[in-house]
Ligand binder design. Structure first.
Ligand SMILES: NC(=O)c1ccc[n+]([C@@H]2O[C@H](COP(=O)([O-])OP(=O)(O)OC[C@H]3O[C@@H](n4cnc5c(N)ncnc54)[C@H](O)[C@@H]3O)[C@@H](O)[C@H]2O)c1
Length: 283
């Protein structure tokens, strides 16, 4: 069965879908899959230089999607773009943990305040829209046990984690208080084609992959860390499944795929358990 004739996702055929952060790593892969499924896709992205936006990510589908360069903090722009949308994949975000510590108010504005504003707009303009928010595993902070699950206490280790946690909490609140059909996926380190590899801003794997492609050595600091990796196709699948599952409404789920051990040998020894994406739901 081809991915595009996957009957599980027939509901996307002809559906109007808006993806914020749609020119970035995950947004563009999601757009490609949705176009293949027959959706009418609108990408909204501010194309900030510090993030993963890259028009090369959508070069192969540029004739089949609409792109609107806009900032999610711009309520007037979103008020204009939201009417008629059936699904909203809410991926735009300030993603750098280091930048969030250096410019905490910018992170607050994008990852938290803009989320509240977006939800308020949805409530007034498209109250029946189905939303999937891109949350992050970062909100758990340093793990107290492994694997981290949805029962794990929340203790973000940086400003980005605090603001993503609050942004997610607004989604769950708007479900409970107003019946908005929204849920959040707490993503781990997503990797795959389209990721930013010129530096480590997207996640640490970017710089490793670049060095590997160049045939150069890369440093593994410490080497005792464990990291959860999520391949882009699995992340996209999780977003599509979450959008079509009524059971996930009002919930946050950890999106897990594989785990990796990094040993202090100068190279990475990655042992992927390669279990299918888990999307267990919890509050
Ligand atoms: N990639 C990961 O490992 C990972 C892990 C956890 C959570 N997430 C979350 O997933 C989402 C997508 O991440 P990604 O990896 O695709 O990152 P990305 O940087 O590739 O994509 C984010 C996109 O958002 C856009 N953007 C940033 N600020 C914006 C604004 N104010 N208005 C409009 N667009 C804006 C950027 O231009 C970029 O294209 C983010 O919300 C991120 O927090 C990603």
């Amino acid at each position: 069965m081809s991915q595009n004739s996957d009957r599980r996702f027939a509901a996307f055929r002809g559906a109007h879908v808006i993806i914020t952060g749609g020119v970035g790593l995950i947004g563009s892969a999601l757009a490609r899959r949705l176009v293949g499924l027959g959706a009418e896709v609108l990408l909204v992205d501010s194309m900030v230089a510090e993030a993963g936006a890259n028009l090369a990510n959508i070069a192969d589908i540029s004739e089949r999607v609409r792109v609107n360069i806009a900032d999610i903090r711009d309520a007037a722009a979103l008020r204009h773009l939201l009417p008629g949308q059936d699904f909203l994949f809410d991926l735009a975000g300030q993603t750098s943990h280091l930048d969030s510590m250096n410019a905490p108010e910018h992170d607050l504005a994008v990852n938290c305040t803009a989320q509240l504003q977006l939800l308020e707009l949805c409530r007034s303009v498209v109250p029946a829209v189905t939303i999937v928010h891109a949350g992050t595993r970062q909100i758990y902070g340093r793990p107290r046990y492994l694997p981290v699950d949805e029962e794990h206490p929340l203790r973000p280790a940086d400003v980005n984690g605090v603001n993503k946690m609050a942004g997610e909490a607004y989604h769950l609140l708007f479900h409970d208080a107003y019946g908005i059909d929204t849920r959040s996926l707490r993503l781990t380190n997503v990797y795959g084609p389209g990721m930013r590899i010129k530096d480590a801003r997207q996640n640490f794997l970017g710089i490793w992959l670049r060095r590997a492609l160049e045939g150069a050595a890369f440093e593994v600091w410490g080497g005792e860390q464990r990291r959860e990796l999520l391949y882009i196709d699995d992340a996209v699948e999780a977003f599509l499944c979450a959008a079509l599952s009524r059971d996930t409404a009002g919930l946050a789920a950890a999106a897990l795929s594989s785990s990796a051990n990094f040993r202090p040998t100068g190279s990475a020894s990655i042992s992927a358990t390669s279990s299918p994406t888990t999307a267990a739901s919890a509050r």
